[in-house]
Each structure stands twice: as C-alpha cells, then as structure tokens.
Design a protein around this ligand. Sequence first.
Ligand code: ADP
Ligand code: MG
Length: 315
Amino acid sequence: MTLPSSLTEFDLIERIRRRSRLREPVAIGIGDDAAVLNCASDQQLVIAQDVIVEGRHFTSDTEPELIGRKALAVNLSDLAAMAALPTAAFIGLVLPTRASAEFADRLYDGLLGLADEFEVTLAGGDTNSWDGPLMLSVTVLGTVPKGQAVTRGGATPGDWLCVTGALGGSLLSGRHLSFPPRLREAQRLRTEFHVTSMIDLSDGLSGDLRHLMATSSVGVRIDAAEIPVHLDVPNSLGFEQRLERALNDGEDFELLFTLAPEQGQRLQRSDAWNAVPVTKIGECTAERSALLWIDGQPRPLPSGGWRHPLGMSGD
Ligand code: ADP
Ligand code: MG
C-alpha cells in the first residue's frame, strides 16, 4: 500500500502506539495481531461503530484535531445512550495520499485527548491510504452491569420525556465537532434513577424521537415552549424558526430519555448536573402519534429529521 511519502504505515502505527496508554481492561493493545481485553462475569460488553467521512461529517478545511475528536466522540455518544462506560477504541484510518505525517499526528492529538478525558484505551486499528477523501471508522467497546443497558425500547405511556442540554445550531457554530459526549450524565441517570429508554440525538429531535417511539410502541406529546433551544441558534430568528432548528438541525449529541413521573420529579429536585441542564419536554402517550403543543394547540410533529445547513447530508 502507499502512504504519504513522508510516512510509512509502520512508522505511523509506531507513533500511535507510543502515544496510547494501556488501561484496564485492556491487557494487550496496539502492536500485536489483535488486542486482548479482560472481562468480568458480572458485566456485559457494549459495542458501537460509526464511520465519519470528509465532505459528509466534516469539511476538507476542518482542523484535524477536531476530526479525530469527532470520530471518537460520536461513538462515545452511542455508548452513553446505552448507559455504558467505554473501555477501548479501535480506529480504521483511511488517509488521503496527500495527508502529511503532521496531519496524522494532529488527528490523533484530538482523538487521544478525548480518549484520555474518558479513560478509554486506544487498543488497535488499521491504517490505509488511497486517492480519496479522509475516512475514519471507529469501534468502541464498553461495559454495563448485566441487564442494565438502557435501550430505545422501554418507555411506557405516562413516562416523562426529557432531554439533556440544549438543541439546535450545532452545525452553524461548529459544536458538532467539539460536543462533550454525555457519558457522565448517562451514568448518573442509570445509577441514580430508573430510566426506561434512551437514545442520543444525532439526526435531530424530530427524527430520533421516532426511533424511541417505534421501539417502545408509544406516542408522545411535546410542549414546544419547553424545548431548550441552544444559544447557538440565532436570537434574531422568530419563535417558530428557532423551534424548527432545535427540532431538525441535528448533530446535538444530547440524550433523549424517558422515566416514570415520580423518578422525573426526583430528578428535577436533585442537585445541579455539572451545569448540564435536564429538561422535561413532554410525556409518552398510548396514542401512537407525535403531537407538538404550541400555545395550547396540538400539531402533528413534522418529522423533519435532518436538514443540513452546511450542505452536507446526514448519516
Ligand atoms: P496486521 O497486519 O496484523 O493487521 P497491522 O500492521 O495492521 O497488523 O497493525 C499492527 C498493530 O497496530 C495492531 O495492534 C493494530 O491494531 C494497530 N493499528 C494499526 N493501525 C492503527 C491505527 N490507525 N490506530 C490504532 N492502532 C492501529
Ligand atoms: Mg491490520
């Protein structure tokens, strides 16, 4: 295979290996034919994989640190949505032949910075290059105590529908590259409250909500006035436009979850969440439709899903 002229595959892997720090449960990491992880019998393995591609999830002028960071962050967000804790990451890296050694180093600066923050071991991967756009395929492994993974499927009518953080404007502001995966918040939800279902918001509330509804066999009623609109959404827009951005922009990587009303009330009374607000935006219903209440009037919630202001298309 060809790699950037200044860099051989083995040089690059060696550079990555030197920078990767082994942590439990990884017993053997980068440098052998495969990684070896210890496993505890009271835990379950949780595995997620996401690919990010130039021109789709980032642009050709995105800082490499932010690309590396995002590649890992979107995967950590998926583990958060299962209420799992990440342990190890594997990176399939396809570099454009024009990429320099410095570029690859900077990708891993961003990736390893986030891995260190959440104590994830970079435990392996594969490296290739081609005459095409940059692609990163990341697989993350995590664990959850047996039977405690939170799925999309456990919501029941009457449950509160809640969201972490605020929504909208992520692609305009660049937050889609630098968002914090909500792993700590998800752990707190799993250990301190009985959360019945959860999903991370990658494609926008209006679209991702459908997955939770379909898997749980419930409908929802949402109070439009309660939806937390992010500061990244321009203040100059009117109420409906701001609402639409919060519903449809996508790439918020916040958690949407459900829990019984008494659990929700306890959640509202609990102390500050490291400055991450949790907001009740509605309730689950037996009637299997999605209704958005605006000024006391119900409207069918348009499933706008993904609308990409940067001209990139969603995943
Ligand atoms: P093999 O030919 O056996 O697949 P490789 O040369 O591809 O071996 O990989 C050698 C080691 O380096 C393995 O431990 C692999 O997991 C790791 N590795 C390769 N590429 C990367 C990468 N881009 N990031 C992290 N680890 C990598
Ligand atoms: Mg290989």
